[in-house]
Ligand binder design. Structure first.
Ligand SMILES: [Zn+2]
Length: 423
């Protein structure tokens, strides 16, 4: 017997669903929304009634991996990282998605959401073993999964990279690549081979030419830039913890404060607690402050807000903003200090030629002359090649989360490995 693998929508970025089964057991990895601008805009149907899935494992909290969890029947157990759960719960609370908040809380209380711990195997039906290993990605608490089923070892990378704050570590004065080390010492522990590698390939194809820029590069750039430019508005995803940490640390080094709304400050507490657990201080965010909002209503008392705005003028700031009126009010109020706006997201959202174009966001960035400084959340092809070589799968390399699976044939890997790329 060998495990059976079915992958839906692997040929697009986002909304990819992996189904792995034996005669007795069936698990799913990721169940998220199609991203705006993908080939198929509508989510595929998944026949939960007939598929009889035992468990769904989520790699991380991005909507294109976890966004459809509400559709999963109550008798199917969910597995995810603790930070993934908390960050997602905060998001749903912030957007007043009461049904999702209720569902997540109930499931957690009933034990049908289990937190995945690093390198701790999870048994499903005493049949399939799933082990999560943390990977560097723009989402905190992202996992790759080793699935051992019917004598077949399958490694599913989820989304990954190695140019974030957790991609490299220093041990005994030597730089180590975290993910390659994890593959070498944990996945291959005791000579355990990987038969099938399922790997993301977001940056294959046209994105391969994007300028390589790591979180460390971003931190170094911002540290230097903030010496002369002390009034910064920042447009960034609230869950891109590495990039926010780069800007936070650069601001701190220059005696400037970071400001954000109360929802983001709540996420900061989740990241800080998790960071402490993993022994890193980069995600501290302890000194981040609440961004002041001004009210135009007659009864409003804006005294405190004006006091904070004066602080911002005095000490300099990095303030996280969005394309909404109440932020524009703050930005306009501070126009006297000639603030700048940094756009730290993928440029595709601002490009009218791209299907992912977001007009409100693009207009906002244009109005305030935003300029881009951004680190990709995904591995560049060179690193994908290194991962494939390190994993050295015996049977098959299955590209997912990519619009350019063909590109895997051009990677800097051996001919033997090239021959294993799925046709
Ligand atoms: Zn992701």
């Amino acid at each position: 017997m060998a495990a059976n693998i079915n992958i839906y929508q692997g040929d697009q970025i986002g909304g990819c669903i992996t189904v792995i089964s034996t005669d007795k057991t069936k698990i799913v990895i990721d169940f998220g929304e199609n991203l705006p601008g993908t080939k198929k805009e509508t989510n595929i149907e998944f026949d939960w009634a007939h598929e009889k899935v035992d468990a769904v494992f989520f790699t991380h909290y991005h909507g294109d991996h976890i966004g459809r969890f509400m559709e999963i029947p109550d008798d199917v157990d969910l597995y995810m990282g603790e930070v993934t759960f908390k960050v997602m719960l905060n998001i749903r609370k912030a957007i007043h998605d009461d049904a999702a908040v209720k569902k997540l809380s109930e499931r957690r209380a009933k034990g049908s959401i289990t937190f995945v711990e690093r390198a701790v195997p999870i048994q499903i039906n005493n049949d399939i073993t799933v082990t999560g290993y943390s990977v560097d990605h723009s989402a905190y608490d992202a996992f790759m999964y080793l699935v051992e089923a019917d004598g077949t070892n399958i490694l599913h990378t989820g989304d990954f990279r190695d140019h974030g704050h957790r991609g490299q570590t220093f041990k005994n004065g030597k730089k180590h690549n975290t993910m390659l080390d994890v593959i070498k010492y944990y996945v291959h522990k005791g000579g355990r081979p990987v038969d099938i590698l399922i790997t993301e390939g977001t940056m294959m194809g046209e994105r391969a030419n994007e300028k390589k820029f790591s979180e460390k590069d971003l931190l170094a750039w911002a540290k230097e830039y903030f010496k002369e430019h002390r009034y910064i508005f920042l447009k960034v995803s609230s869950t891109n913890v590495d990039t926010i940490a780069s800007f936070y640390q650069a601001a701190k080094a220059n005696g400037m404060n970071m400001y954000a709304n109360s929802y983001i400050l709540k996420q900061f507490r989740v990241y800080r607690t998790a960071g402490q657990k993993y022994g890193t201080r980069i995600y501290d965010f302890r000194k981040a402050k609440k961004i002041p909002f001004l009210s135009d209503s007659k009864e409003a008392d804006n005294k405190e807000a004006y006091r904070i705005l004066d602080d911002m003028r005095k000490n300099g700031f990095v303030a996280i903003v969005s394309e909404y009126d109440h932020y524009e009010r703050v930005i306009d109020e501070l126009s006297d200090v000639k603030p700048e706006m940094i756009y730290s997201m993928w440029e595709g959202y601002l490009d009218p030629e791209k299907a992912a174009y977001n007009k409100e966001l693009a207009d906002f960035c244009k109005k305030y002359h935003a300029f881009q400084k951004h680190t990709s959340g995904h591995a560049y092809p060179e690193f994908i090649a290194k991962v494939i070589t390190e994993v050295n799968p015996k049977q098959l390399i299955w590209p997912i989360h990519t619009e350019y699976a063909k590109g895997f044939k051009n990677l800097n890997i051996s001919d033997e490995l090239k021959g294993k790329v799925k046709k």
